[in-house]
Write a protein that binds this ligand. Structure first.
Ligand SMILES: NC(=O)C1=CN([C@@H]2O[C@H](COP(=O)(O)OP(=O)(O)OC[C@H]3O[C@@H](n4cnc5c(N)ncnc54)[C@H](O)[C@@H]3O)[C@@H](O)[C@H]2O)[C@@H](O)CC1
Ligand SMILES: [K+]
Length: 544
């Protein structure tokens, strides 16, 4: 599923209207209709009219494998039935096209038998173009309207609120009447359905201005906007439904939209990942690749252990764990499936001299994972530079190895292999030389620009992890669970990605599929506990 910016959305609007000749008013009608249908579905779920789960479009029960309905009810009839429950919705309309969508929705709601009152944020005379046509049609239908600031108003008087104040044309924090209506809508305690995006949300970054609508449901028009998949916007939007309004989906493909949601379909088709994880009956441990992991230190031994075990659970044939010799006695027997390769460099700890030993070990391995629990040590920049420049296999770089990179001008280092960096927001901030807040303000934008600039595959961790490629594509992962905020979860991800790399997946495939699997395993592990707060990193490995 493609994820677009406001600018891209405007270009698709223009293209559909100008090149395909579909009038703007037709798109707005479709938008209004879609919003009304979703409001009605919401009323029906709340039990109004007692229509239960019946659907009018044949896509409900039949779509889930039940017998197809013998008779289908036309959409309008179903909507009328659903509405018979004393519903009264307030439609808050701004003066742009987002407001126009809301006005069109009001007419369709009224047609379905739902009482509607329009609330204009600005004088109705100030509306122009298609929005003015919608204003006139609503007035001709006799839909009652009030104007904010002129008429008395109680937003808690209705049973729900349609937020059609600001859409993709919004700039900066809501001002004046818009700000006051948003604050009053949030305070009303009524469910809010947002048209396209919650008003007050930055459609591109996911930043929520003060105030911003907190929607129960957002009916996103034509394409998902970036702001809806990035926090805190993703939380403000509530449940998000994307509805087509007549803008062909192929426009996004043709114009090279760079961001998509990481769905199984995107994994299987665009990223060509074999999701079946088929294993040949003739296969053996040598068939499935060998990971070399350089990780762990006396103070942080568990990190390496978690990465090594996760790599095996991700399906690779063998894992060799290069660890400081002083750590070896404590690790013997801790993970019998993992081969331990102590390196000394003279003093039995990580030091610049161990680079040669790690390089020797890496010669016959399929990929290298560096960093979990490594710590910092004298000469670590040179240590990492040697590995980076002299190994031939793909690398996953995490944790302390990222902090080493952050102190180096690594853009100038030569290499022959792809590199995957897996920073959390704090590590990303150090790499990019900005604050953590700045990283979180626009995760997709920052991940894309960093990956392109530095020529790396970047996995920016956190809720809705972003995977960005050097070619300027980004994928947004939506698997995962808040319970995964626990020490070692990142080490597990490093293990999974390297385990997939060793099995022959290309670097982008391994990064994306690894993130996806990690989230899915976390969901499964969280589901096994009465309280997901009890989830620990080892549970994610066991759920793989
Ligand atoms: N052909 C099209 O362009 C279509 C657009 N659609 C809808 O139109 C929306 C975009 O419409 P517009 O480009 O007209 O823009 P909006 O309707 O999002 O907002 C523009 C209006 O809000 C005002 N405004 C902007 N920022 C403000 C702020 N911070 N505080 C107070 N007022 C502010 C502007 O002065 C302008 O009057 C989409 O989100 C979508 O809902 C749909 O109708 C489908 C077709
Ligand atoms: K809106």
């Amino acid at each position: 599923m493609d994820v677009v910016t406001a600018e891209e959305m405007r270009a698709f609007d223009r293209d559909t209207i100008g090149r395909l000749g579909i009038p703007a008013i037709a798109l707005m009608e479709n938008a209004g209709r879609a919003i009304a249908e979703e409001v009605i579905a919401l009323c029906r779920r709340r039990g109004a009219g007692g229509v239960g789960g019946a659907r009018s479009d044949g896509a409900g029960a039949a779509g889930r494998g039940a017998a197809p309905a013998r008779f289908s009810v036309s959409a309008d009839a179903a909507l009328t039935l659903a509405a018979a429950g004393g519903e009264h919705w307030l439609v808050l309309a701004g003066k742009g096209n987002n407001g126009g969508d809301g006005l069109a929705a009001a007419r369709h709601l009224r047609e379905a038998g739902i009482a509607v009152t329009l609330v204009y944020a600005a004088a109705p005379e100030s509306l122009a173009g298609e929005a003015a046509l919608q204003r006139d049609a609503a007035a001709a239908m006799g839909i009652p309207a009030v104007v904010y600031g002129r008429d008395a108003l109680d937003l808690a008087a209705g049973s729900g609120i349609v937020d059609a104040l600001l859409g993709t044309g919004s700039a900066g924090a809501p001002r004046g009447a818009y700000a006051e209506l948003i604050a009053a809508a949030n305070a009303s305690g009524r469910p809010i359905v947002s048209a396209d995006i919650p008003s007050g949300l930055d459609a591109d970054t996911g930043e929520t201005h003060e105030p911003c609508i907190h929607a129960a449901l957002t009916v996103c028009l034509a394409f998902l906007k970036r702001g809806l998949v990035q926090y805190p916007g993703a939380a403000a939007a509530g449940r998000v439904v994307v509805r087509s309004i007549g803008i062909p989906a192929v426009l996004a493909r043709e114009s090279g939209v760079r961001v998509s949601l990481l769905t199984p379909e995107v994994l299987a088709t665009r990223l060509r990942v074999d999701l079946s994880r088929h294993r040949s009956p003739e296969g053996h441990k040598g068939t499935y690749g060998h990971v070399l992991l350089a990780a762990g230190s006396l103070r942080m031994s568990g990190a390496g252990l978690l990465s090594a075990r996760a790599a095996l659970r991700a399906g690779c044939g063998l894992v060799t764990w290069a660890l400081p010799e002083k750590l070896l006695p404590y690790m013997i027997g801790s993970a019998p499936e993992v081969m331990l390769a102590p390196v000394t460099g003279g003093d039995g700890e990580w030091n610049a001299g161990t680079a040669a030993e790690v390089l020797r070990l890496s010669a016959s391995r399929d990929c290298i994972a560096l960093g979990p629990g490594l710590g910092r040590f004298e000469g670590d920049t040179e240590w990492l530079r040697r590995l980076w420049e002299e190994t031939d296999s793909a690398m996953v770089i995490d944790a302390d190895a990222l902090n080493i990179l952050a102190d180096a001008e690594y853009r100038t280092w030569s290499r022959r292999h792809p590199v995957i960096l897996t920073p959390h927001p704090g590590e990303m901030a150090r790499l990019a030389g900005v604050s953590t807040a700045e990283v979180q303000r626009d995760r997709i934008g920052l991940a894309l620009s960093y990956a392109v600039q530095q020529g790396v595959i970047l996995v920016l961790k956190g809720a809705h992890t972003v995977i960005a490629t050097p070619e300027g594509q980004a994928y947004i992962n939506i698997t995962g669970h808040p319970g995964m905020g626990t020490g070692g979860a990142g080490d597990v991800l490093t293990g999974i990605i390297s385990g997939l790399l060793a099995q022959g997946l290309e670097a982008v495939q391994a990064a994306a599929f690894g993130v996806y699997l990690h989230g899915l395993a976390g969901e499964r592990a969280a589901g096994k506990r009465d309280n997901p707060a009890a989830l620990i990193a080892g549970d994610i490995i066991e759920a793989l």
